[in-house]
Design a protein around this ligand. Structure first.
Ligand code: SAM
Length: 303
């Protein structure tokens, strides 16, 4: 068995032996592992990615039981792509700070953190308390330095500005109109879109010159309120890339996603860089994928 399989089997055996909520038992099994009370027998060396993947399998099993539409874990195919891009964008930095305002299980954040060489610390925000406990115990096992905030991430965040934001945006209306009035992206009529407000909030917490990488609905720039979003981005950010993800990753057209990369303007950036418009090829096609990643690396090197 691989380490990933052994880790899944260790957690699953513990979690499935109880009537309690499976995800609660996943947390319990991880706590025992952290405390050294009960640990899986693994082949040395054990990598952070093996631990993340083993936990991911157990969490995915638990999420089927505890299904909530807006809580879906970011799939590895998307996480790996964001991880690859981030690692290239920060490759010359000695230390990097990251914010994920919608951290969920932490799967996306840890894929990104595991890929960064050098010192990396993060802030993670999440409104669902069970997911925060899950993400927090995972951070301990991965020995990643993460500060968690259990709150509505669209409320004030008491954190220092970061180098990188990553977020798989929750899509839909934001119900708190009163709080939404604090954002430029609150429309004159009706509710604001949460995914729009998250973009604005992320830019508020980014250092000048820093990057924000979002998993967005593929139709973000065609939906209603898109003109307002466009005008806001023109004023407050530089659109650096829009990368279309393969349709095969999604159940239907309405669920399709893209990756949006923004950079916060800085005095050092004198000319507006070109926008990379790209489409991820069929991920099973190794040659096409290698070529695509090479193009991405060249784009990131221009930074
Ligand atoms: N990247 C995450 C992962 O890998 O598990 C998945 C993110 S999921 C698509 C979106 C997350 O945003 C959910 O966990 C949801 O609870 C959280 N969320 C939604 N609205 C929020 C808010 N206002 N403040 C903080 N978190 C919120």
């Amino acid at each position: 068995m691989t380490n990933t399989e052994k880790i899944f089997s260790f957690i699953d055996t513990y979690a499935a032996s109880s009537e309690e909520l499976y995800l609660e038992q996943v947390i319990e099994a991880c706590k025992q592992w952290v405390a050294g009370e009960s640990t899986p027998e693994l082949n040395e060396p054990v990598t952070k990615e093996e631990i993340r993947r083993g936990l991911q399998l157990a969490i995915l099993k638990g999420m089927k039981q505890h299904a909530q539409p807006n809580h879906q874990m970011t799939p590895d195919s998307i996480g790996m792509l964001l991880g690859h891009i981030t690692s290239k964008l920060v490759q010359n930095c000695e230390s990097t700070t990251v914010l994920d305002p919608t951290v969920g299980t932490g799967n996306l954040l840890y894929t990104v953190m595991n890929g960064i060489e050098g010192d990396v610390t993060s802030f993670a925000v999440e409104i669902d308390e069970l997911l925060v406990r899950l993400a927090a115990v995972t951070a301990e096992l991965l020995e990643q330095q993460v500060t968690f905030l259990v709150q509505d991430a669209l409320r004030p965040l008491f954190i220092d500005p970061v180098d990188i934001v990553v977020s798989d945006l929750p899509v839909g209306y934001y119900p708190d109109d009163e709080n939404a009035l604090n954002f430029q992206l609150m429309p004159a009529e009706g509710h604001a879109y949460a995914h729009h407000l998250f973009i604005e909030q992320s830019l508020n917490h980014l250092k000048s010159g820093g990057y924000a990488l979002f998993v967005i609905p593929a139709n973000l720039f065609e939906s209603d309120h898109a003109t307002q979003l466009h005008d806001f981005l023109k004023k407050e950010a530089m659109i650096r890339a829009v990368i279309q993800l393969p349709s095969a990753l999604f159940q239907s057209k309405v669920h399709e996603k893209s990756v949006l990369i923004l950079q916060k303007p800085s005095e050092e950036i004198k000319t507006m860089p070109e926008v990379l418009l790209a489409k991820v090829p069929d991920m099973k096609n190794k040659h096409a994928m290698a070529r695509f990643l090479q193009d991405l690396d060249e784009w990131a090197q221009q930074e």
